[in-house]
Design a protein around this ligand. Structure first.
Ligand code: AMP
Length: 417
């Protein structure tokens, strides 16, 4: 038999109720962690001027070269569905003059993002990120604090087998000399490099560390590493970040080959990976982006942040989502329309009192209503009888007793069983 005529586009998915509940748990946990640390929520549009991402994320990145959903609006402007959150938040920081606020400005977000990637487990074309940014501080404390927020979320959710990898790219100036050295090394070893890496020696040499190609990986093992070349303030900054993480009891491994897919990173970069996930093993990551605000036309403004993938967290947790049982189902006996009205009013009163309550919307007889109550996992059922009296039934024990109709709300709110 042929499938349904219309399906969600390739690389996208519907979030059905069980998954939606699991998501809500993740987003609520993150929201509480952000709130406790003073990372205020912000939301930016789902699309932006294309140029923002070209400048912000970087022309040489895979994201900008291959993965953006870009379209022209009716006025001929080029717009792009946002592939990541940081560039837009920096745009908002500048647009709303947030540099005039007490620094750093600490922000958090959650929402959908879009990349035209090859879909596979853990990699989608519409996915969801939650993230935090601290804009306006160059202190290693800001690096350690933001990393700590993601570590806390992972611990609180109980994600198993997660490892934190840490690296540093140095400041932009210091990086220049290193990049020349790296390019020279890549050219000298060109024969061993994958074509894609070879073609980007000039545009994006650091990405060579990220290649999946066996021969490239072999060549990169002996390549000069930036973390080993850090000097002066860069080295000090990195040492302080490590010291703060040690003091906070956050375990990490230094990864000299760590790079990220966005051009804007400087100094600290990090990645939380989960052994439980397959090829797409990163749960979340980020780093410092001291040059980005200036790149977008603002004054030099140091900043640090990260994003985590909600779907990756869900995959890593792979948990059975508890069915969402209801407290009460209000059933009616008899055909009188008045009875249905009584049920609706009572359910409304119970909901206002904070109790989840449902009524029959399908015109079922009493037997059918009780079956429905069972199906949705109602713990108790009120049966409104034709005479105006009421019965309260405990669905687990099957015990049933009369309750005065005027006392139903008090009875049900007083004892939540
Ligand atoms: P990035 O913005 O590339 O630094 O990615 C941050 C996090 O977003 C990653 O660690 C993943 O958890 C998640 N992520 C990035 N791209 C995708 C995608 N195509 N599908 C699902 N999750 C993604």
């Amino acid at each position: 038999m042929a499938g349904p005529k219309y399906q969600a586009p390739r690389g996208t998915f519907d979030v059905l109720p069980d998954a939606a509940r699991a998501r809500r748990r993740i987003e609520d946990a993150a929201g509480a962690i952000f709130a406790r640390a003073g990372y205020e929520p912000i939301a930016t549009p789902s699309f932006e001027d294309t140029e923002l991402f070209e400048r912000g994320v970087g022309h040489s990145t895979d994201i900008v070269r291959k993965e953006m959903f870009t379209f022209e609006d009716k006025g001929g402007r080029s717009l792009t569905l946002r592939p990541e959150g940081t560039a837009a938040i920096c745009r908002a920081y500048l647009e709303h003059g947030m540099h005039k606020l007490a620094q750093p400005v600490k922000l958090s977000y959650v929402g959908p993002f879009f990349r035209h990637e090859r879909p596979q487990a853990g990699r989608y074309r519409q996915f969801h990120q939650l993230g935090a940014e601290a804009i306006g501080s160059d202190s290693p404390l800001a690096d350690a604090e933001t990393i700590g927020l993601l570590a806390e979320l992972i611990a609180e959710l109980g994600v198993p087998g997660v490892e934190l990898r840490l690296g540093s790219l140095g400041s932009l100036d210091a990086r220049r000399a290193y990049l020349e050295e790296l390019k020279a090394y890549l050219r000298a070893n060109e024969a061993e490099l994958a074509r894609e890496v070879r073609e980007r020696i000039d545009a994006n040499p650091l990405r060579a560390f990220d290649s999946d190609d066996e021969s490239t990986r072999g060549a990169m093992a002996a390549a000069p590493k930036l973390v080993e070349r850090l000097e002066g303030e860069d080295a000090e900054h990195f040492a302080e970040v490590r010291g703060l993480l040690d003091a906070a009891g956050i375990a990490y491994a230094i990864d000299p080959t760590l790079v990220r897919g966005l051009d804007y990173y400087t100094r600290t970069i990090f990645s939380f990976v989960c052994g439980r996930l397959g090829a797409q093993s990163e749960i979340g990551g980020g780093g410092r982006y001291d040059g980005l605000i200036e790149q977008l036309g603002g004054a030099p403004t140091p900043a640090v942040g990260w994003a985590a993938g909600v779907e990756r967290l869900m995959l890593a947790l792979d948990e059975e989502v508890a069915a969402s049982g209801r407290d009460v189902f209000v059933a009616v006996a008899g055909e009188e329309p008045q009875q249905r009205l009584r049920a609706m009013v009572l359910a409304g009163d119970l909901r206002k009192a904070g109790i989840s309550a449902e009524i029959d919307l399908g015109g079922r007889g009493l037997k059918g209503q009780l079956k429905q109550a069972d199906r949705i996992g109602a713990r108790r059922v009120v049966i409104l009888e034709e005479e105006g009296s009421a019965l309260l039934r405990d669905m687990q024990s099957g015990e049933q007793r009369p309750v005065a109709p005027g006392e139903l709300v008090a009875e049900l709110t007083g004892d939540r069983g």
